[in-house]
Design a protein around this ligand. Sequence first.
Ligand SMILES: Nc1ncnc2c1ncn2[C@@H]1O[C@H](COP(=O)(O)OP(=O)(O)OP(=O)(O)O)[C@@H](O)[C@H]1O
Ligand SMILES: [Mg+2]
Length: 260
Amino acid sequence: MFYLAAAAIVAGMIRVRHLSHSFGPHQALKDVTFSLEKGDFVFLSGPSGAGKTTLLRILYASLPIQRGEVNVADMNLNRLDSSRVPLLRRQVGVVFQDFKILPLRTVEENIALPLDLRGLAPKHIERRVRAVSRALGLEGHIKLRCGDLSGGEQQRVAIARAFVVNPKVLLADEPTGNLDPELSLRLMELFKQFQAYGATVIFATHSRELMNRHPGAYVMRLEDGAITYANWPGAGVHRPAQTWAEPLARKPASDMERGA
Ligand SMILES: Nc1ncnc2c1ncn2[C@@H]1O[C@H](COP(=O)(O)OP(=O)(O)OP(=O)(O)O)[C@@H](O)[C@H]1O
Ligand SMILES: [Mg+2]
């Protein structure tokens, strides 16, 4: 038991080592390395096309690992066969850009879906769905069909569905894209609450204002597939080639260089 606990501490909640990913000739992720522990919150920033969504998709096992090692919630994704993907997804809540709500089902049904899949008792499901709907300001809409809601309301349904399972890890890909500024800030508070309960959160966003709302969070910047900035020691920042070459240049010249 002790050894298991120690192994979990070493592994971290999310541990990514030398992860690279290509789409055909295009390298979308380049040697990405970082670790996050239980309760860490990181903003993932970077220009369009930097690889943010690609990274999140790999952490959720919706893209295969081509190169590198990935552990999420004590599961080794390199060795995860498809039958165990649902197990991973019980621990990992996701709010993606292309949130897939079911337009013909009601708000209530959409939010309850992951709990239904786990076969939880209806009373318990109802209680959780009501609590999460209230937190996201959807309580007046729970009997409406999702297809009839506004874009921002649909997005909140997707967020509610990610929160309702109390995931250990929460991956959010620009979750406030369709929301007005006030709602975005409210949502930020909810994510922070989740963190306070012990969830590990990766939150991809372009919004400086949101980042300013959580000054204690880590920040990781991706550019052209590589980490170019990170403000905690668990992340490996990519340095341009010259920076690595510099110390070599200061080394004493080899025998060959001296003409020996
Ligand atoms: N399925 C795919 N097939 C081919 N190329 C892809 C695929 N998914 C992503 N890419 C490419 O990989 C790169 C990284 O894309 P990604 O979606 O991860 O960027 P992003 O940082 O999330 O950008 P944005 O801020 O616009 O959402 C882009 O150049 C993109 O065109
Ligand atoms: Mg993206």
